[in-house]
Design a protein around this ligand. Structure first.
Ligand SMILES: [Fe+2]
Ligand SMILES: [Fe+2]
Length: 240
């Protein structure tokens, strides 16, 4: 979920602020297919009250400690994202690459949408590889440096990119791009639903693409709604 909600009325929390407290809320928003509560509910004719009620029902439930990302130190969270989500992407890409190419070659004539799915997947894969490399080599190490500086009561460490808001803005743009391409793949694949005549490779491809999209959704949520806002706050704290 992106962290770029429009929120002119500050009495209502943004979706980003609401879901940051509980990842299950992000899942709930996703189930309704929305990113921004008021605007999108209106646009899609979704019952806003029903969405809010679903969120309130979640409020009474305590998330398991393993999902309580909001209370994790951000150096730990950045390592978790690398170990769980970046590793997942790196492990998933080769098979998705092979299967999307194969399905496009074999089924592209009868189902031309699989050619576009393979093309969009290549765009996502190339962008994600570069994006995760930048996070792992530049942004996340700097976040860990800031955490250490705070622990040792030191000043803000120097950075090659000026304010941390600069790389974060770039990362959020890439999240939006990857999310948009996955959304397009979801629509082209009829919600990752293979046609009846689909062979096993075709079915596995769609199932893995759906899994990939789910993982990316949580990955982007942890960065956009928890890690990045906390890193920006920490930078401000170390500067003051
Ligand atoms: Fe990431
Ligand atoms: Fe990212």
């Amino acid at each position: 979920m992106d962290n770029q909600e429009i929120n002119s009325n500050k009495t209502e929390p943004t979706v980003g602020e609401m879901v940051a407290d509980d990842y299950r809320k992000a899942e709930e928003f996703k189930r309704f297919g929305i990113d921004q509560l008021e605007i999108t509910c209106n646009k899609k004719g979704i019952d806003l009250a029903a969405v809010k009620q679903a969120l309130e029902e979640l409020d009474g439930q305590q998330p398991p400690a393993s999902q309580d990302y909001q209370n994790w130190d951000i150096d730990i969270l950045s390592e978790y994202i690398t170990e769980i989500h970046h590793k997942y992407v790196n492990d998933a890409l080769p098979l998705l690459d092979e299967f999307s190419t194969k399905v496009a070659r074999v089924h592209g004539v009868s189902n031309p949408e699989v050619i576009e799915i393979a093309r969009l997947f290549q765009v996502v894969a190339n962008e994600l590889r570069m994006h995760m490399d930048k996070e792992e080599t530049i942004l996340f190490p700097y976040i860990r440096q800031m955490v250490l500086a705070k622990r040792h009561s030191e000043l803000l460490p120097p950075s090659p990119f000026g304010s941390i808001k600069n790389p974060i803005n770039m990362m959020e743009m890439k999240h939006k791009s990857a999310g948009g391409n996955l959304q397009a793949i979801s629509e082209l694949s009829n919600g990752f639903c293979p046609p009846e005549h689909a062979c096993n490779t075709y079915r596995v491809l769609f199932a893995k693409l759906q899994e990939f999209e789910n993982d990316l959704h949580q990955h982007n949520h942890l960065e956009n709604n928890i890690l990045f806002p906390k890193a920006i706050n920490l930078e401000a704290e170390l500067l003051s």
